[in-house]
Ligand binder design. Structure first.
Ligand code: GLU
Length: 509
C-alpha cells in the first residue's frame, strides 16, 4: 500500500534529543508506516547561535538505536532534498519577498536599540507586554510607514532589515487539530513575527512552512509546545495560498508526580534517564541515556508509545510492527502523559524475558568481553536468571556464582538460617549429593526430598544453607538447576570449601 502521506520529524540540533522528541519521531514514524506513507527527517538548523556540535549525529544515532528509520533525510537522500535547512538557505528569501509583494509581510528597519527603547517606554506607561503588531507598527520604521524611495535606498545601501509578517488585526484563526479538535485563536494576541532575519537567514516559522510545503508534507505531528505557533503557520499557508497540512500536537510529557513538564535536568535528579542515549556536553557534563543504562530499544519505544497513546485493548507489549498496525492519531490523548519509571522497568523486564537464552548469552558476551565461558553453559545460566533480571548486567552480577566462586555469604541468611544443627545436616546432604551419578536437577531434587523425609525436617532447614554455600546469596533460581548446571564436581568443591567459611562467619557475628 502506498499513499501520498508524508510526515517529517524536524529537530533543531541544539542539543541531545529528549525522550519527548523521540516520542514525536515515533508517532510520526508509526503514522507514516500505518498509512503506507513516508517518514522524513529534516534538520532545522537555521538558528546558528543555538547550534550545538555533535547534536545532529546524536539525533541520527538515537533514532537508529530505536529502529525509527527515516525514508528520506540527510545522508539518506530522497527527491525533496537537501534535508538540512542550512543547505536550503538560498530558497527562503524569494518566498519572504513574495509575501512582501503581496502585502502580507513588510520590511522593518528598527534597530534593536530602538525596539528596546519602545519596550522601556511602554513599560513606563504600564503596558509591560509591548508587541510589534497591527497597532504599534504604524509608528515604527518599516516599509508601511516610510516613503517607498527611502525603503528602496535603505535596502540598496545595505541597511540591516528584517521581514515581518503583517498579522491581521482582530481575526479568529481556526484550524482542526487531529488530537485536540478545533483550535481558535484571535490574532490580537499575536505579534508581527519576524520571518526573515537581518543575517540573511529565515526564522524557524518561515523555513518550517516553506519546507513543509516544498517537501509535500501532509501531516505535521509535533509536540504541544508548538501549538502557540500553529495559528501563525496557518496564516502563512493562507498568505501563500498553499493548502495547509493537517496538524496534530502531541501531549506534553510530565514529571512522575504530574507536576510540570519533564525537563532535561529531571532525569538524573529523579534517578532515570530522559535521553535515549548518553550525552556528554562540551564541558564534560553527562546526561545519562537509556541505551547505556542497559535498556533494550524495543522496551524503550514500547514504553514511549504508551506515554500519550493506548491501543484501546489490554495488550501492552508491542513490537514496532505491531505498533504500526495498532496506531492511530485519534487514540493519542490531549492530556499530558506522566512518565512512570517503574513501568519503564517493567517493560524492560518483559523484553528481556522474551529473548531466547542464546540471545541473552550473546548479549552478556558482548557486554563482558573478558568473560570466558562456554556458550551453552552461559545460555543455560541466562535461562535460569532471566525471570529475575531487569538488565543484562543483573545476569552477570546477581548470577555471579555461575562465573566465579562466591566470596561473600549473605549475612542475613547466615545469621538466621545457619543453626546449631546445620553443619551436621549439610555434611550429610553433601554425602547424598556425592552419591548421585547422573547430576540432573530432577535427581538432585529427588534426593533432596528423600533426605528431608528421612530427617523429618522442612525445606528451610537445608535449602537456604545449601544456597548460601553454593551461591553466596539468600535468593535466586532453583538450587537444583543451579547445582546441576555447575556440575557435581564444582558443587561438591564449593560445599567443602565454604562450610568452614560460613561457620566462621556465623561465630563472628
Ligand atoms: N525545529 C522544531 C523543533 O525543534 C520543529 C517543530 C515542528 O515540528 O514544526 O522541534
Amino acid at each position: 500500500m502506498s499513499s501520498n502521506v508524508r510526515v517529517r520529524f524536524a529537530p533543531s540540533p541544539t542539543g541531545p534529543l529528549h525522550m519527548g522528541g523521540v516520542r514525536t519521531a515515533l508517532y510520526n514514524y508509526l503514522f507514516a508506516k500505518k498509512e503506507g506513507g513516508k517518514f522524513i527527517l529534516r534538520i532545522e538548523d537555521t538558528d546558528q547561535k543555538r547550534f550545538v556540535e555533535g547534536a545532529e549525529e546524536y539525533i541520527k544515532d538515537a533514532l537508529s538505536w530505536c529502529g525509527i528509520t527515516p525514508d528520506e533525510g540527510p545522508g539518506i537522500g530522497g527527491d525533496y532534498g537537501p534535508y538540512k535547512q542550512s543547505e536550503r538557505k538560498e530558497m527562503y528569501r524569494p518566498y519572504a519577498e513574495q509575501l512582501v509583494e503581496n502585502g502580507k509581510a513588510y520590511y522593518a528597519f528598527d534597530t534593536s536599540e530602538e525596539l528596546d527603547a519602545m519596550r522601556e517606554q511602554a513599560k513606563k506607561m504600564k503596558m509591560p507586554n509591548w508587541q510589534y503588531n497591527a497597532v504599534s507598527r504604524t509608528s515604527m520604521k518599516n516599509s508601511l510607514t516610510l516613503p517607498e524611495d527611502e525603503v528602496k535606498s535603505r535596502i540598496e545601501n545595505g541597511d540591516p532589515y528584517v521581514i515581518r509578517f503583517k498579522m491581521p488585526r482582530n481575526e479568529d484563526v481556526r484550524f482542526e487539530d487531529v488530537i485536540r479538535g478545533w483550535v481558535v485563536v484571535n490574532t490580537n494576541n499575536l505579534d508581527d513575527k519576524i520571518l526573515f532575519k537581518s543575517d540573511g537567514m529565515p526564522t524557524y516559522h518561515m523555513a518550517n512552512i516553506v519546507d513543509d510545503h516544498t517537501m509535500a508534507i501532509t501531516h505535521v505531528i509535533r509536540g504541544e509546545e508548538w501549538l502557540p505557533s500553529a495559528p501563525l503557520h496557518v496564516l502563512l499557508y493562507e498568505a501563500f495560498e498553499w493548502e495547509a497540512p493537517k496538524f496534530a500536537h502531541c501531549p506534553l510529557l510530565l514529571r512522575p508526580d504530574g507536576n510540570g513538564k519533564l525537563s532535561k535536568r529531571d532525569g538524573d535528579r529523579l534517578g532515570f534517564p530522559v535521553f535515549p542515549t548518553d550525552w556528554i556536553t562540551q564541558d564534560g557534563e553527562k546526561y545519562s541515556g537509556y541505551r547505556e543504562q542497559g535498556y533494550l530499544p524495543g522496551a524503550f519505544i514500547n514504553m514511549l508509545a504508551f506515554l500519550g497513546w493506548n491501543p484501546g485493548t489490554p495488550q501492552e507489549i508491542f513490537s514496532l510492527e505491531e505498533m504500526v498496525k495498532a496506531f492511530s492519531l485519534e487514540r493519542v490523548s490531549k492530556a499530558g502523559a506522566k512518565f512512570d519509571a517503574d513501568k519503564t522497568k517493567w517493560f524492560q523486564q518483559q523484553y528481556l524475558r522474551a529473548k531466547t537464552n542464546e540471545e541473552l548469552a550473546e548479549m552478556v558476551l558482548s557486554k563482558y568481553d573478558d568473560l570466558s565461558v562456554d556458550k551453552d553453559y552461559l545460555a543455560a545460566a541466562c535461562g535460569l536468571m532471566k525471570e529475575r533480571a531487569t538488565f543484562i548486567e543483573d545476569i552477570r552480577t546477581e548470577g555471579s556464582y555461575f562465573f566465579e566462586e562466591p566470596k561473600e555469604f549473605d549475612a542475613k541468611t547466615v545469621r538466621k538460617k545457619w543453626k546449631d544443627d546445620t553443619e551436621e545436616i549439610i555434611n550429610e546432604w553433601t554425602n547424598r549429593l556425592r552419591s548421585i551419578d547422573d547430576f540432573s536437577a530432577e535427581n538432585i531434587e529427588k534426593a533432596f526430598k528423600e533426605y528431608l523425609e528421612e530427617i523429618g525436617k522442612g525445606i528451610g532447614a537445608v535449602l537456604p544453607a545449601f544456597r548460601v554455600l553454593i551461591t553466596g546469596k539468600g535468593m535466586g533460581p532453583s538450587m537444583f538447576e543451579i547445582a546441576s548446571l555447575l556440575g557435581k564436581e564444582k558443587t561438591l568443591a564449593r560445599m567443602e570449601k565454604n562450610i568452614p567459611l560460613v561457620k566462621a562467619q556465623k561465630t563472628e557475628a
